[in-house]
Every structure is written in C-alpha cells, then in structure tokens.
Design a protein around this ligand. Structure first.
Ligand SMILES: [Zn+2]
Length: 331
C-alpha cells in the first residue's frame, strides 16, 4: 500500500492522504483530493511513480466531502468500480437551499451567506459529474491484493462515513473519522439527526477493534487509536460544557455561540475569521446544541425545565446538571 499526499492549497487541512493499493488484477485508490488541477497533477505524478494504470483501478470514497471525492470523475476509467455509501450519496444530491435556510434560522448573517457557500470547498471543488456508484453497506467485504477489508460505517463526520478494516493486518483506514493532529469537524445544518451522538457511538465501536495502525485522511498516522479516541471524546465533552458556560448568560443562537467559543485557528478575532471558517464553526455549534437538546429530551427527569423550542431555552438552570453529560459520555 502507498500514500500519495495530495496538496489542498489554501485549505487549513493542508493535504489529503490518498491511499493506493496495488493488486494483482485491479488496484484501489482510497479518496482523491479536490477537483482542481493542483490535486490532479499530484495524483497523476504519484500514480506514475508507483506504476498504477488507471484502466485497471477502482476507487473507494470514505465520504462525500470534496477533498475526498473531487477528482473521482477525472480518475475513474470506463470500467472502474467506484465504491460509495448510500446516505452520503443521498446528501450529495440534495442541493444547498435547505442548509442555507437552516443556517440563517440559526443566526448566520444573510449578507454573508452567498460568500459562505461560494467559498465552500463542496461548492468549488466537487466532482463535475457523478459516476455510477457501487454502494457498500456496513460489514460488506472488499478484497484487494493482499488486503481483506470489512466496511465499517462510522456516521458522525458525515451520515454515511465508511472506514475499511483489515482485522488480520490490524489495519484501519479511517477517512476523517479519527484524525491525529486536528479534530474532525462534526457539523449539522439540518433540523434532523444528532450527529455528535452518532459520532460518539462510532468512536465507541472503533475503540473495541484491535488495531495497530490507523491510516487517517489527513496528517499523521495513529498508533494508539484508543488513546486518540479518548482525547476526541474529552474534546467534545469540553465543547458541550463550554457551550453551557456561554449559555449561562442567557439564550443565544448558534452563530453567536460559535463566535464566543474557542477555536484552534490563528485569527485575532471572530470578525477576522474567513467566512468559510465561520460556517464550519456555526455547524459545530449547532451539532453540540442538538446533542444537548436530545439529552434533555431523553432524560427530562434530570432537567427541571423541559425545552419547548430548540436550545433557545437552555439556560443556567441546566448547567447544574452537567453530571448527566458525564454519565452519558461514559456509557
Ligand atoms: Zn471530510
């Protein structure tokens, strides 16, 4: 197996790790990079160096984001099988309108909306056309060369995010489910679902697997997946508590909350954030608020005030019950 580092110019992620397996019959590329020439050239140079012929190559996409899928239609040959998952395929077809309306309902300024989606990598660098996908489901098997993978669906980062696990080799191809140097963005721009709970469930599932090496979609490899998973859980627990702290001073919508949260990027103030970063931050804030809402709905007995409208009524009264969050996380 080979890694081709695909640069993502101007993006805080810096680069994508594309993994390439040379098989006897067919090869497999796992994730592609953006649909832009810098990525295409790096991919072509990498494939040439390791001697991979695209006519005998299939493609596996861990999830729908453009840094993972963008080049798929430029790389897929006539007979290539392109593996994808059903929830992400559905979401990749479902336009921007509902997401944008939901962002506005959560306080995202309307005058920044157009800039937000025109600067969004999903708008700029998605595949120009969709190939015919072969859909893989949780627990499906995928054999390529010396590797025998089981598909492990890990919803959270996206609804259908799919990892590959070779139990004999104790090898886990993680996409953006577990990253080492940065925390995967868990964003929500829909009135449905609880992506953070999904993500925590997926982390719990992976934690149980025997893994010696995690190959993530970005940055460095992970040798101790259980330690990293623990850090990711603590990170989200801190985020939830940070939001409760912010809400102690009265109700706020997600955009305002995001502006008051601490972000690990180097801009002097929220106003200096690029609009695309404000977008991702707002999505993260909504995710954590949704998680809190679901928790309160699920354990109403612990919370003196039922909420009647999403998180607008989360106030300091709830803060005293943060013990419940701890319980929920350890489960
Ligand atoms: Zn992603």
């Amino acid at each position: 197996m080979y890694t081709i580092e695909i640069p993502l110019p101007g993006n805080p992620l810096k680069a994508l790790n594309s993994y390439v397996i040379k098989g006897t019959d067919r090869n497999l590329i796992i994730d592609t990079g953006f649909n832009r020439n810098e990525c295409f050239e790096a991919m072509q140079a990498g494939l040439k160096e390791i001697g991979v012929d695209l006519d005998r190559t299939d493609i596996f996409l861990t999830h729908l984001h453009a840094d993972h899928t963008g080049l798929v239609s430029r790389l897929a040959a006539k007979d290539s099988i392109v593996y994808f998952n059903e929830p992400d395929l559905t979401d990749s077809k479902s336009g921007w309108d509902k997401m944008l309306a939901y962002a506005v309902a959560n306080g995202f300024p309307e005058d920044q909306l157009e800039a937000a989606f025109k600067n969004h990598p999903g708008y700029k660098y998605s595949p120009e056309k969709m190939p015919d996908y072969t859909i893989l489901k949780d627990n499906d098997k995928l054999d390529i060369g010396a590797y025998h993978f089981t598909c492990i669906q890990t919803p959270g980062h996206t609804r259908g995010h799919m990892c590959l696990y070779d139990s004999a080799k104790r090898l886990f191809i993680a996409g953006d489910h577990i990253l080492n140097d940065i925390t995967p963005n868990i964003a929500c721009f829909s009135e449905y679902g609880d992506p953070l709970q999904d993500y925590l469930n997926s982390l719990n599932r992976i934690e149980k697997l025997d893994i010696d090496l995690v190959l993530p979609g970005h940055r460095s490899l992970i040798n101790n997946h259980r330690a990293r998973i623990e850090e990711l859980k603590i990170h989200h627990n801190q985020r939830v508590n940070e939001i409760l702290e912010i809400l102690k001073n009265g109700p706020k919508h997600a955009f305002r909350i995001a502006s008051l949260m601490k972000w690990n990027i180097t801009y002097k103030s929220w106003d200096m954030f690029p609009v695309s970063q404000k977008w991702f931050a707002t999505g993260e804030a909504i995710t954590h608020l949704r998680f809190l809402c679901m928790l309160i709905c699920y354990y109403p007995v612990f919370f003196p005030h039922r909420i009647f409208e999403e998180y607008l009524y989360l106030t300091q009264d709830f803060y005293k019950n943060s013990l419940i969050l701890q319980m929920h996380f350890s489960g």
